[in-house]
Write a protein that binds this ligand. Structure first.
Ligand SMILES: Nc1ncnc2c1ncn2[C@@H]1O[C@H](COP(=O)(O)OP(=O)(O)OP(=O)(O)O)[C@@H](O)[C@H]1O
Ligand SMILES: [Mg+2]
Length: 310
C-alpha cells in the first residue's frame, strides 16, 4: 500500500463572507510522504489545514482524510482522532510546565493515563528531551519548545501530522534538528503535511504544492517544479565592475526579461524568446558576467507565487 492516498481533496472551497480564502483546490497526499505547502502570506495554507484537521467545515468540495469523508460537521471528531496538528500561532501554554502541557493535551484527546505515560516517555525519547519535565515552557529555548509542541501533537499516535510553520523564528541548527525528526516520522510511516517559508526546508519535501490567492498554482517534486517553472534557461548575472543599485532597478522594468530577480547587485534572469531579447542579453554582457544556473526553489517560488499572474 505504498501509494495509498491519505488526503484526498477535490474542488475544496472556503469562503469568509464573499472572500475566497481557498478557491477550488484539488490535490492528494500519499501515505508516508513529506508534503510541503508553500505560498505567500494569506495564500490560504492555514485555512486549508484547518479544514484537513476537522476544525473548519468547507463551503464546498470533497475532503477525505485518513479514509474519513468530511461530509458533515459531525465527521470533525473522527478526523481529529486521525490527525496531529501543530498550529502556526498557538503551540503550548507558556506558564505551564512541559508535563502539565502534555497531560492537558492528553486529557483533551481522551487518552487514558496508562497509555499516556507510555506514549509520553516514547515521544520524549523520540525528541531526545533531556530537561526536567517540570520545566516551565517559557524557560525553554524556542527550538526545544517547538520540539515539545511536536511531541504534543503526536500523543494520540496520529496517521497524519500537520505542521504549520513549525520552525518560524527557530535558529538554523534547531531547524535542521527539527527536520531530522520530521524525516524520522515519515520513515516510520507517518504522513507529514508541512508549511514553511524557508526554501531549504521546502527542498526536503517529496512534493510541494504552491498556493497563490487561494489556488494551487503548481504541484510537483522540487526538481520538476524547477523544470516546469523555467522551461527556458536561467542565468545569474554578476557585475563585472562597480555598478549602482539604481541601474539594477532600471533593468527590472525591461520587457526582454521573462523573469528578473535581484539578489543585491547580482540578479537572476530568464529572457523572452525573441531576437530582441537575444540582442539585449548580448548587450548585458558588456557589464555583467552571465552564467547559466539551475533555478533554486526560491526562483520557482518568486516566479510562480509572486510574479504577474498569467
Ligand atoms: N476567520 C477568518 N475570517 C476572515 N478572513 C479570514 C479568516 N481566516 C483567514 N482569513 C483570510 O483568508 C486568507 C487566507 O488566510 P490563511 O491564514 O489561510 O493564509 P496563510 O497562507 O496561512 O498565510 P500565512 O503565510 O500568513 O500564515 C487571508 O486573507 C486571511 O486574512
Ligand atoms: Mg498560515
Amino acid at each position: 500500500m505504498i501509494n495509498d492516498l491519505v488526503v484526498k481533496v477535490a474542488n475544496l472551497t472556503v469562503k469568509f463572507n464573499s472572500f475566497y480564502a481557498v478557491d477550488d483546490i484539488t490535490f492528494s497526499v500519499k501515505r508516508g510522504e513529506i508534503f510541503g505547502f508553500l505560498g505567500a502570506n494569506g495564500a490560504g495554507k492555514t485555512t486549508t489545514i484547518r479544514v484537513l484537521c476537522g476544525l473548519l467545515y468547507p463551503n464546498s468540495g470533497s475532503v477525505n482524510v485518513a479514509g474519513i469523508d468530511f461530509k458533515s460537521e459531525s465527521d470533525e471528531r473522527a478526523i481529529k482522532q486521525k490527525v496531529g496538528y501543530m498550529s502556526q500561532r498557538f503551540t503550548l501554554y507558556d506558564d505551564l510546565t512541559v508535563a502539565e502541557n502534555l497531560t492537558f493535551i492528553a486529557s483533551l484527546r481522551g487518552i487514558d493515563e496508562k497509555t499516556y505515560l507510555k506514549r509520553q516517555s516514547e515521544i520524549l525519547d523520540f525528541i531526545s528531551f533531556a530537561r526536567p519535565l517540570n520545566s516551565l515552557v517559557e524557560d525553554l529555548p524556542g527550538g526545544i519548545r517547538q520540539q515539545v509542541s511536536l511531541a504534543a501533537s503526536l500523543l494520540h499516535d496520529p496517521e497524519i501530522i500537520f505542521l504549520d510553520e513549525p520552525t518560524a523564528g527557530v535558529t538554523p541548527a534547531m531547524r535542521s534538528r527539527f527536520w531530522e525528526l520530521i524525516k524520522k516520522l515519515a520513515r516510520g510511516g507517518k504522513t507529514i503535511f508541512v508549511t514553511t517559508h524557508y526554501m531549504d526546508e521546502a527542498e526536503q519535501c517529496e512534493r510541494i504544492a504552491l498556493m497563490r490567492a487561494g489556488k494551487i498554482v503548481a504541484l510537483d517534486t522540487p526538481s520538476n517544479l524547477k523544470k516546469i517553472a523555467f522551461p527556458q534557461k536561467l542565468y545569474e548575472c554578476e557585475p563585472k565592475s562597480e555598478i549602482s543599485y539604481s541601474y539594477i532597478k532600471e533593468l527590472k522594468s525591461r520587457q526582454e526579461f521573462e523573469y528578473f530577480e535581484p539578489f543585491g547587485l547580482r540578479f537572476h534572469a530568464a529572457f523572452q524568446k525573441t531576437p530582441a531579447a537575444e540582442d539585449f542579453k548580448g548587450s548585458l554582457g558588456a557589464n555583467f558576467k552571465i552564467a547559466e544556473i539551475t533555478p533554486t526553489l526560491e526562483d520557482v517560488f518568486i516566479k510562480v507565487t509572486e510574479g504577474t499572474p498569467s
